[in-house]
Design a protein around this ligand. Structure first.
Ligand SMILES: Nc1ncnc2c1ncn2[C@@H]1O[C@H](COP(=O)(O)OP(=O)(O)OP(=O)(O)O)[C@@H](O)[C@H]1O
Ligand SMILES: [Mg+2]
Length: 251
């Protein structure tokens, strides 16, 4: 579904990601873990076509960018990118950090916006299915999004991505800043979603990631430092603790 090879992302003098490779197989749920500043968001943004990068990104078997290294072997210039909106219509859908809802539109209107990126695919989730997945949104259909809680906004953002019929759903820290109850709601929804949709998830909540993902990449300082099945990563909790700077095993 997704094949990333030797990805690098730089912002002026700052190198955020360097030489990163990862894959997401069809039907797989993969999580990226890592401390603040590891390059997780930059990786998702590069895959989604939102920031310049070098290296190869292939989505559903087709390259999303034409790297210019062949024509100029001495300098690695950013690849000519497919624009993000075209990638979204092709089924590569990102739920960004901070959700980016239309604050003045209602919950229902925000969901309707998502349907415009379907690109002719039949969605697993139509609007009714989103309200079934997140029942607490039902009573909020007509509520403008600026007045929602962070958890409710996250549910709308995930719903808006789902109605776009993603072939690969990418989520950047969906549980960040949510109440424990809403972390549970979002985690449980992701468990349902991954049964029908390939997922690439960035999570700072290690327990959620280990619980939901089939496979994990641990990033630090712009590169992949550990990778394996969730079970393998959980079994190596001492190393995971070292990379994340937190205790994982005990809780
Ligand atoms: N727009 C930008 N301009 C300059 N530097 C940036 C920009 N975005 C990110 N960076 C830098 O790139 C590095 C990687 O940032 P990135 O946001 O990808 O990390 P992250 O793993 O998502 O971190 P977090 O856990 O805090 O979300 C950091 O050093 C960050 O300061
Ligand atoms: Mg981030």
């Amino acid at each position: 579904m997704l094949d990333v090879t030797d990805l690098s992302v730089s912002y002026a003098a700052i190198t955020a990601v360097t030489g990163l490779s990862l894959t997401v197989a069809d039907g797989e749920c993969v999580a990226l873990l890592g401390p603040n500043g590891a390059g997780k968001t930059s990786t998702l943004k590069a895959i989604a076509g939102l920031v310049p990068h070098t290296g190869a990104v292939a989505f559903a078997g087709a390259p999303t960018a034409r790297n210019s290294t062949a024509r100029n072997s001495t300098a690695r210039r950013p690849a000519a990118r497919m624009p993000a909106d075209r990638l979204a219509r092709a089924g590569l859908v990102l739920v960004p950090e901070g959700r980016r809802l239309f604050a003045e539109l209602t919950v229902h209107e925000n969901l309707q916006v998502g349907t415009t990126a379907r690109g002719g695919r039949t969605p697993t989730y139509d609007l009714d299915a989103v309200y079934e997945l997140f029942p607490q949104l039902q009573a909020l259909r007509g509520t403008r999004c600026w007045s929602l809680s962070g958890g409710e906004q996250q549910m709308v953002a995930i719903g808006r991505a789902l109605v776009a019929a993603p072939r690969l759903l990418m989520l950047d820290e969906p549980s960040l800043g949510l109440s424990p109850r809403n972390v549970g709601v979002v985690a449980s929804a992701l468990r349902t979603i991954k049964a029908t949709t390939s997922v690439l998830l960035v999570e700072q909540n290690t327990h959620v990631a280990l619980d939901i993902a089939d496979r994990i990449y641990v990033m630090a300082q712009g590169g992949v430092r550990m990778q394996g099945t969730s079970r393998e990563i959980a079994d190596d909790s001492a190393l995971l603790d070292a990379y994340l700077g937190q205790r994982v095993a005990a809780s």
